[in-house]
Design a protein around this ligand. Structure first.
Ligand code: PMP
Length: 416
């Protein structure tokens, strides 16, 4: 039975780690996207190729993948129609001197999908568009403070990072107020007392953090958010970078009954190509026009073609219904497999983005053993990040994964 001292990486992967350890800084840099976040050797360190719902490591071992590149893979890796759209665009231009027409087309499409949104901006990463949304809210209100919640992750902008670096911080972090999730009274009191300095509420659709149960917002909490918008003109900046397209086909704010002033998308939007987007209501346009914002690669047209193809296929193939059905199948199977092996587990979060926790497992030590056993048998079931479903996970892939999870549970020690 493999142990945590026995890395899943083969000789090629281990040799690459030796080189990586020389030239990458390690530590916090890239941390949550490094296999080190799961524990060195628990998951393969390096992926050589990816197709559909499977990834192949540098030693040639293939895994059914439930990390989905931490979100971007929503249709399936290298979906043929997305790849064809990217190739067609790349034959015309990649990055050229002025705007590509695809910029207008993709923003038109995004704005048209969400009732009430008037204009938009594309960029390359989620962090950039979340920060831009915050800037628009500040510019519009003339106020500085931004309310966020508990450990909520909103990207790597040092001002917004949930784990501010230990070194000297800029004054900007003082303008971020962290309030408890699902405490409508605290939120209402804070907004009333600080209405003249509060620019925005920056919100994720769920409180979903590594190693913890996922908590949905309560109706009262959502009511307090709506009241802050209506009574105090506090702008709702909705961060749908992670959850967008996996909680609702339009936007995760819709089932919550929220009407964001500005909403940020990323991850799944380009099915693996680097594109994020911000869409905003008309009243923010004048503020947006005053902000200077650009960068060299924002205008790379193939990523825009990827996003347009993604949206087309996602809607045509009803991918949301598919990932919901596959997520339910996985949940049912994993719950049964855990029960059969005698493990008490919590399977938390939406079925399209679940998190597995073992009972009595402080620090997730036994979950790492489970994840190592699963990767040894050919499934990537990350112990610290929520899993993701994709349009390429077929029923037989789910059933194979459940069988792998059953064997991995059997190799996982019980508590104590
Ligand atoms: N917001 C949320 C909720 C996220 O999960 C992430 C990425 N994990 C980001 C923002 C930042 O996106 P990116 O890593 O693309 O900058």
């Amino acid at each position: 039975m493999p142990t945590l001292d026995d890395p899943v990486d083969g000789p090629v992967g281990q040799a690459l780690w030796a080189r990586a350890d020389q030239v990458l800084p390690g530590g916090g840099i890239y941390y949550s996207r490094s296999a080190d976040f799961a524990g060195r050797g628990v998951l393969p360190g390096f992926i050589a190729s990816a197709q559909g719902c499977r990834v192949t490591d540098v030693d040639g071992r293939t895994y059914i993948d439930f990390l989905c590149a931490n979100g971007p893979n929503i249709l399936g890796y290298r979906h043929p129609e997305v790849e064809a759209a990217v190739r067609r665009q790349a034959e015309q231009q990649t990055s050229a001197s002025l705007f590509p027409p695809a910029l207008v087309e993709v923003i038109e499409r995004l704005v048209a999908r969400i009732p009430g949104m008037a204009f938009g901006v594309t960029s390359k990463n989620g962090s950039e568009v979340v920060s831009l949304g915050v800037r628009m809210a500040r510019q519009h209100t003339g106020r500085r403070t931004v309310i966020t919640f508990d450990r909520a992750y909103h990207g790597s902008d040092p001002e917004l990072a949930n784990r501010p670096p230990p070194g000297p911080l800029s004054d900007g972090v003082r303008d971020i107020v962290r309030l408890p999730w699902n405490d409508p009274q605290r939120l209402a009191d804070h907004c009333a007392a600080h209405a003249d300095t509060t620019a925005a509420i920056l919100l994720n659709p769920l409180d979903q953090n590594p190693g913890l149960q996922t908590v949905a917002p309560s109706p009262e909490f959502l009511g307090a958010i709506r009241a802050a918008q209506a009574r105090h003109d506090i702008q709702l900046v909705f961060d749908d970078v992670r959850h967008g397209f996996r909680l609702d086909p339009v936007g995760s704010f819709r089932p919550l009954g929220l009407e964001p002033d500005v909403a940020a998308f990323g991850k799944a939007l380009g099915n693996g190509y680097a594109i994020s987007a911000l869409v905003a209501r008309e009243h923010l346009r004048a503020a947006a026009r005053k902000i200077f914002y650009t960068s060299t690669f924002m205008f790379e047209a193939p990523a825009m073609a990827a996003a347009m193809a993604m949206l087309e296929i996602y809607e045509r193939d009803n991918v949301f219904a598919h990932i919901t059905a596959m997520g339910e199948r996985l949940r049912t199977g994993i719950l049964a497999a855990a029960a059969k092996a005698g493990h008490a587990i919590t399977y938390t979060g939406p079925v399209t983005m679940p998190t597995l926790l073992l009972a009595d497992d402080p620090g997730g030590a036994r979950l790492k053993i489970f994840a190592r056993a699963a990767s040894g048998r050919g499934a990537i079931l990350h112990p610290n990040l929520n899993w993701n479903l994709s349009g390429a996970h077929r029923p037989e892939d789910i059933d194979e994964t459940v069988a792998i999870a059953g064997a991995a549970f059997a190799e996982t020690p019980g508590p104590g």
